[in-house]
Ligand binder design. Structure first.
Ligand SMILES: Cc1ncc(C[n+]2csc(CCOP(=O)(O)OP(=O)(O)O)c2C)c(N)n1
Ligand code: SF4
Ligand SMILES: [Mg+2]
Length: 279
């Protein structure tokens, strides 16, 4: 039975997101997931990049680092490797994670580092006032693309599946209960857990109504160990499926593999080494 409540994870810093921004629900859901799992606040580190969504760590009563643009995954990986006992969560936006930081996703996936990565995907650069992002619909007209963009939108779920991330899920800010369940599963997953959250930006691309119309739960008979079946669901365009596309717990996580190597060549664990140097 959890002794912690969601509000215990809230910091004194009030979010400065626009009223109605999808990121409020993501924050709420993550705090609820931490509380449900009863994780001590001082054992959690949340690492982010830059963007509206990346302001996240400031609003949590946990450890956190608001890093540089596109780098939540290298930061989170370093923290997890330094102390594998911590719950380390990477968060950011679609611009942060799929533009400047896109090169980090394949490596986090192939390492299978034990980190949930929550991408608040609003299909726009919110913080810099609404430029097109890698997930913006093709043809979107903005001040920086007055004739409409000519790039096809990237499919983040397909990308994560192509890199064989061992946990791949999609959720929506408008579905709080489901989002909490997905975050809990991602935090407990013993490897890299990629979570795309459809999190609308009410100021520059309000997609709430669109997502309410086209999202649907992944069919109950989907087998999350079947990669090709997951890819078929990810490719559906008329329906955007929500839920867990892939979940494979057969590969050991990155920090666990390093601990095994380390204990074979060195008798001390990473926390023991840290204790020695802190004294
Ligand atoms: C190296 C670098 N390049 C560009 C920027 C400008 N910049 C700040 S936030 C951002 C994009 C944010 O978009 P996203 O990650 O989708 O976050 P959102 O604001 O939509 O939540 C950009 C390009 C920056 N801060 N640093
Ligand atoms: S600009 Fe968009 S993403 Fe940024 S806080 Fe406002 S609604 Fe949210
Ligand atoms: Mg964005």
């Amino acid at each position: 039975m959890s002794t912690r409540k969601a509000k215990d994870y809230k910091s004194e810093v009030k979010p400065i997101w626009c009223p109605g921004c999808g990121d409020y629900a993501v924050l709420n859901a993550l705090m609820r997931a931490f509380a449900e799992l009863d994780i001590p606040q001082d054992t959690i580190v949340v690492a982010s990049g830059i963007g509206c969504s990346s302001r996240f760590p400031a609003f949590l009563n946990t450890f956190g680092i608001h890093g540089v643009h596109g780098r939540p995954l290298p930061l989170a990986t370093g923290i997890k490797m330094a102390n594998p006992e911590l719950t380390v969560v990477a968060v950011g936006g679609d611009g942060d994670g799929f533009s400047i930081g896109g090169g980090h996703i394949p490596h986090a996936a192939r390492r299978n580092v034990e980190i949930p990565y929550i991408v608040m995907d609003n299909s726009i650069y919110g913080m810099t006032k609404g430029q097109a992002s890698p997930t913006s619909p093709e043809g979107i007209k903005r001040k920086a693309s007055p004739y409409g963009t000519v790039e096809a939108p990237l499919n983040p779920i397909m990308m994560a599946l192509a890199y064989e991330a061992t946990f791949v899920a999609r959720t929506f800010s408008g579905k709080l209960k489901e989002m909490v369940e997905i975050f809990m599963a991602a935090i407990q997953h013993p490897g890299f857990a990629f979570v795309q959250v459809l999190s609308p930006c009410v100021s520059f691309l309000d997609t709430y109504a669109h997502y309410r119309e086209i999202t649907a739960p992944i069919p109950e008979d989907h087998d999350p160990t079947d990669l090709l079946a997951a890819m078929r669901l990810a490719q559906a365009t008329e329906t955007l499926y929500l839920g867990i596309f892939r979940c494979m717990a057969d590969r050991p996580g990155y920090s666990r593999r390093f601990q095994e190597i380390q204990s074979a060549v060195h008798p001390m664990t990473v926390p023991e080494v840290m204790d020695r140097y802190q004294r």
